[in-house]
Design a protein around this ligand. Sequence first.
Ligand code: SF4
Length: 497
Amino acid sequence: MYDCLKEECGVFAARHCKKGSVFPYIYWGLRAQNHRGHQSHGIITFDGDFHTYKALDLVPKVKRPEFQSWLNRLPGYVGIGNIRYTTSGGTDEQSLISGTQPFIVGTEKTRLAIAFNGNLVNHFKLRNQFKERSPQLHYDCDVELIGRKLVMELSEDRDLSSSVKSCMNEIEGAFSVTGLTRDGELFAFKDPHGIKPLCCGNSPDRTIQAVSSEAVGLNINGFEYDFELEPGELILTSNGDFVREQLVPCRRRALCAFEFAYFARPDSRLGNKFVYEVREEFGRNLAKEYGDFINDSDVIISLPETGDDVALGLHEASGLRWERAVRRHRYVTERAFILLPEERYATIDRKLNVLGSKLRGKKVAVTEDSIVRGDTTTVVIEKLRRMGAKKVHMFITFPRIIGPCFYGIDMATYGELIGSRHPPAEIAEIIGADTVNYQSIDGLVRSIGLRKDELCLGCVTGKYPTPLAQKMADEMREKFEKGHKETGRIYEVSSII
Ligand code: SF4
């Protein structure tokens, strides 16, 4: 994916039941998941009081002499952390700093710390409700709205379970939440559709319980994977174990299908499979769906790294050689943006090394996870052609994206999506490929191994799992087709309720 599409957030939380320090575990848990959010990171721990650390950019690598003191940065036997890419609130530096999670939210009666992964569809309505009650309050991030709602319920002497239940019933959207009560109790819960992943695990001696967006946050700490939270479930930790409570019934599961194609790390498990196994199956399925264009190719190349496992599957099913002719510059991690026309190739050169001698005169089958806006894919294909590729057949694992996402992925309008305006043949012409071969929706679902009605496929089918998102999508589509200008993140400004 070279369109620089962003996930919104990732979380990691831990509690040490023998009162040891948890900051190091949270630090590594966030490092393992930095692909889910680059703009800022933060950690709040508790040892009788809250302690906070927040900063912009990636979770830092720390030099050896300072490393031990870095790991002692915050005291506390329980804590939560977050890495963030913003899909609500401002994106100027000041807004990014003030929007960095976790947040502490409180009233005179109670306080809590909270962090999440997701996006609230009825953001506008919720914000206005709170503004009516407390006009002086300012909101920098969605999760503050969840925190404010929880604190309001807790202040009315409701217990945590019924307060979380109210959130689940009144908030629409994707929310995988971790939090700390004012007494340092660790809790986590998932929205009733389970749109974003959230799993639990234990240290081998079961002294530390952890909650993580992806299992890789557990693996890096040497923890054992225990279970994925159910949609509508709340968990607490107690004496080295988890206490699980199903607060609202799951009416319809809707795990984001895009996690499998792009967002999640290949070595994370979602559902009952590792993500890389699903991607290999995508490749095998693409070989079945587009045998003609495989037969018209001399060699497979993959755009690292989400295309790699797909290429292996395509190679296994077709017998065509997978030439590892595109490599990522391993230690160049800065995001590259196209600033000037003459920078077009430099942008790709800084990210990828393409070995032209392996492509010259060849018909290449290129595996890629998705095409969103199409601008960067165009530059990649231009580069492949410049290096001598005779034909370029694109094999895309995620079906054609025809609509926006309201659940936290950075694609908010129809107009920005090349797939909402053009069929595959036109897209091929626009981006300079000979063919663009999207995996079918049914093929994607079969490869994932869940039922279609257990996945969110809103952006590729136009059918969203929650009612307000569907209403917004339909209204936006109608206006877009009539040529009206679109208003960016509609959930922040829409009065459709
Ligand atoms: S609309 Fe698309 S990107 Fe958004 S949650 Fe659903 S499948 Fe994922």
